[in-house]
Design a protein around this ligand. Sequence first.
Ligand SMILES: Nc1nc2c(ncn2[C@@H]2O[C@H](COP(=O)(O)OP(=O)(O)OP(=O)(O)O)[C@@H](O)[C@H]2O)c(=O)[nH]1
Ligand SMILES: [Mg+2]
Length: 411
Amino acid sequence: MANVLLIESIINKEDITYKHLEMLDLLKTLEIVPSFFVKQELSEPFVRTYIGTGKIHEIYELIITHNIDLVVCNFDLSPVQYMSLKELLKTAILDRTGVILQIFSQKAKSKEARLQAEIANLRYLKSRLVNKEANYSQVTSGGGFKNKGSGEKQIDLDRNKYKTLLKRKEQELNELVVQRKNNRKNRLNLPVMAIVGYTNAGKSTLLNQLLKKSNTRESKKVIQEDKLFATLETSTRLIDIYEYPYFLLTDTVGFISDLPTFLIDAFKSTLEEIADADLLIHVIDVSNPNFREHIKVTYSILKELNCENIPTVYLYNKIDKCKSIPFIPKRNELLVSLNDSNDAKQILDLIFNEIKEKWEYLELEVPSSKNVYMIKKYGYIDHLEMFEDKFKIKGYFPSYHMKYINSLLND
Ligand SMILES: Nc1nc2c(ncn2[C@@H]2O[C@H](COP(=O)(O)OP(=O)(O)OP(=O)(O)O)[C@@H](O)[C@H]2O)c(=O)[nH]1
Ligand SMILES: [Mg+2]
């Protein structure tokens, strides 16, 4: 097993307990357990090396003494900081974005997720190509690139290489995106709900719980795991639960704080599914002390995806892990334990109560000769009464089911 050292910075005496635990969880996903820890208090990071010279020496000593093969920084490094630290410490370095990218690269399974991860990686690497003459040599004493030709020329060559590769991968991804869009167009006309939220909140657990109740095959379950970024691709399932309308439920990639824009960009095609949703189900791990921060992070990423105005319900999950009830939920909120399927009815009522706001309320009289069995599958029914010659039905219906409704009205 690799010897790993974790460097953390405390800027202006901030509390980094949570950041620390989150990094350990991120590393756990990569099956990395650091054995050495170094902390540095700073009022602000050093422009060229992030951490101070004294600390760099201390770390270098540790690397030599303990044969450390990887240094993980629990912060993001600028390209110049990365290059200087790499040169001074003479070992492999991953910053926080690098760790997240490693997870995406190692764990992405579908072709689309793999391409997205590769694109994000190429963009990251391209940004790390800094001009040696302009920046790099000022922070290192001697040493340098073992390049053919001048540093600048090599950088140009590398930039071009990344550019060409990026273009090819982006084209490939684009083809898949078009395919995905066409698939979406061919989808049944049904309400679409997208599950969103911070990583590890319980999004996939929600999809699996509702699938369990649904007349859909179990094999369609998605991965749920106590790992950050267990889900790296969106999955949409048809949910068919007795007494409730059919709907499509989409599980999405989890969010995390400080996600770099280029990573969000790379995953935009997958995340476009969110923009298509009629309703967002925002799952929050309320047992996490930083849950309010997670809500903010999720909200700001949704904003970046232009999804902040989609009606949303909030599921405050993992209530079983809380010592007491954290707050009284509002109209569009629920405190739940998604591990426990008993909450399904409450969740479905919450969802449909919200979504019906956009539907039309109808009072129908349907001749008894008609088969009204399907009516509950196409609308959210308040009232269904059977008389000798007719059914009296009251409920909410989306506009795209009006054709079906009209077909019921006359003998
Ligand atoms: N104690 C407890 N654990 C839960 C609950 N709901 C989900 N979990 C656990 O939390 C972990 C993460 O759940 P997932 O459903 O994979 O979370 P996710 O939001 O899909 O995570 P990513 O795909 O990584 O973004 C799993 O180990 C679940 O079993 C709950 O109500 N209580
Ligand atoms: Mg998941």
